[in-house]
Structures are given as C-alpha cells and as structure tokens.
Design a protein around this ligand. Structure first.
Ligand SMILES: C[S@@+](CC[C@H](N)C(=O)[O-])C[C@H]1O[C@@H](n2cnc3c(N)ncnc32)[C@H](O)[C@@H]1O
Length: 287
C-alpha cells in the first residue's frame, strides 16, 4: 500500500503532519490562508511556519504556485507577520512572483486612530517560473478607439521599447492585481454554506484556480477552514487535497462537500452556479 494520502479527500489533521504524506513535486497549486497571528481563536493551535513552508516547497511541482492570503494583527504597530512569512518563503526557495491585494468591499469599521483597514495580502509564490498563467481579462474602457501614434516606454538600459502600436485599442486587457470582494460568509451569496472560520470569498478562490491551474491539476489547502478551496477545485474539475486541524470546521467542510457531490446534478441553483463558473474557467472575462 502507498504511504501517500489519496487525493480528492479532505483530512482532519495538523497540516504539518499531513503534508508529510504528500508526494514531492506533486502539487500544482496551493490556495490557503493560515491563521493570522492570534486575531481569531482557532482553539489555540500554533503553526510552525518554518515547517509548513518547507513542506510546501517540497510538495509543490516545479512551475507550481502558492497563493498565500494573509493579514497582520495591529496593536500599536503592525505585527509584520505577513512580511516575515513572505521572506521565509523566499528563504526556502520560492520566488515572490507577485504581491496582490484582496480589497474588502465591506471592511469591519474600526476606531483605531488610523485609516480604515480594508485589505489583506495575496502573495503569489512560485517554484520557478509559473507553468500556468491563464490571465483573467477585463473590458478596455477605450475599446475600439483609434490611437494615431505608436507609444514607447523607457527600459532600464535607457532605450525605448514598444508599448502600444498605433491602431485600434483592443477589446480586453489583463485585469490589475488588486481584487475586490465582499467578506463574510452570509454576504457571499453562493451555493456553499460556510461557518465562521474567516472563509474565503468564493470568487477569490474561483479567480485564483482559473488563473494558476488547468483541469485535472492538483489543488492543495493546508488550512481549509470551511472547505472553500477543495469545494471549488472539485466543481472546476481539479483534483484536491486539504487539511484542517479543528474537528468542528472539518465536520462542516466534510458535510458540505458530500452535500455538493451528492446533489450536483439534481439541484438547479447548484447546476447553474457550476455552469457559470465553468464558462468563466473557459473564457476568463470578468464582467
Ligand atoms: C483563516 S482560516 C481558513 C479559512 C478558509 N480559507 C475558508 O475558506 O474557510 C485558518 C484555518 O486553519 C486551521 N488551522 C490552524 N492551524 C492548523 C494546522 N496546523 N493544520 C491545519 N489547520 C490548521 C484553523 O482551524 C482555521 O480553520
């Protein structure tokens, strides 16, 4: 019998232990959000980030990507845990491929003597150059307009490289790297029921899965909470594996995954949600 954990399952385990049972160089994409400092009490589990990040490097395929969604605790100053983790990823061999922002449409109002805190980081780490990048496109405001001049940009060598050729502006361009979503399970009106584990907005997971993976790829979430990542991975025909240390969150995610698998074809809302996200996976044009 193989010592590796079967895919397309979720496990109630400390991920530091669980990831040891994953094959080296096997995971295409990880989407996860670790506990942020001690902002929420997840029964006091402490994460050894050194171990988690080393294991992530071992299990990630060459060309694979880790999307690490994280924020900091603020007392008088910010904890800087997210920056420390980003540097640790680099130390362990990952590239920091992009620093993206998850902007919150509805941040919790805080009276803390500074501007309203309204974002988390979405660090994109890669093992080598990402093998898959399926960019999400947005409509160009100036689509169809005629540009009469060629435009150039200065390069580091102080030469000019072409930016835009004269002609008509294209209909679509690559989306920018600040992505906005509403937070809070109840406001996220999708077919997935979540509990209060600071769940990911469902669209955030959809957007990253379509961007950094293809059908059949393996998607990991070592801190799965309510199970948003494995559920969306399943619905988008990716393989998945995920860990959760809390039995309460694990049981919830397990019930939800089983409900979705078993009602997939008989539930109209679910079927139309699945058709919508599959179409998005093929076309990747943001409305
Ligand atoms: C920020 S939440 C993740 C929420 C998740 N993205 C979702 O959509 O619901 C972090 C989760 O990590 C879990 N956790 C904490 N330490 C863990 C560990 N060592 N191994 C696995 N899970 C852990 C917590 O119980 C919590 O559910």
């Amino acid at each position: 019998m193989s010592d590796y954990l079967p895919l397309n399952n979720i496990y109630c385990m400390n991920c530091e232990e669980g990831m040891r049972y994953l094959k080296s160089d096997s995971i295409n994409l990880t989407i996860t959000s670790p506990p942020y400092d001690n902002i929420r009490n997840y029964n006091g589990y402490n994460v050894n980030f050194e171990v988690v990040i080393e294991e992530l490097f071992r299990v990630t395929k060459s060309g694979g990507v880790v999307v690490w969604v994280v924020g900091d605790k603020t007392e008088i100053g910010e904890s800087c845990s997210s920056f420390k983790q980003a540097l640790l990823f680099k130390e362990k061999g990952f590239y920091l491929y992009d620093t993206m922002i998850f902007q919150k449409k509805n941040p919790t109002p805080l009276n803390h003597g500074r501007y309203q805190q309204c974002f988390d980081f979405m660090f994109i780490f890669s093992k080598g150059k990402p093998e898959v990048f399926n960019p999400i496109m947005v409509t160009c405001k100036t689509a169809g307009n005629y540009q009469s001049k060629n435009k150039y940009r200065h390069t580091a060598e102080d030469t000019l490289s072409p930016l835009h050729k004269k002609g008509t502006t294209k209909s679509y361009k690559i989306r920018n790297n600040i992505w906005e979503y509403a937070v809070g399970g109840k406001k996220d009106k999708t077919i997935i029921n979540r509990i209060n584990s600071a769940p990911f907005p469902t669209s955030l997971v959809i957007d990253h899965i379509v961007s950094w993976s293809n059908k059949g790829d393996i998607v990991l979430d070592p801190f799965m909470g309510s199970g948003t990542t494995p559920i969306i991975a399943f619905l988008l025909d990716r393989q998945y594996i995920a860990f959760e240390i809390s039995i309460k969150y694990f049981n919830h995610a397990n019930r939800e995954i089983n409900r979705i698998i078993n009602t997939k074809s008989s539930d109209n809302n679910l079927s139309s949600f699945i058709s919508k996200i599959k179409k998005f996976d093929e076309e990747r044009i943001l409305m």
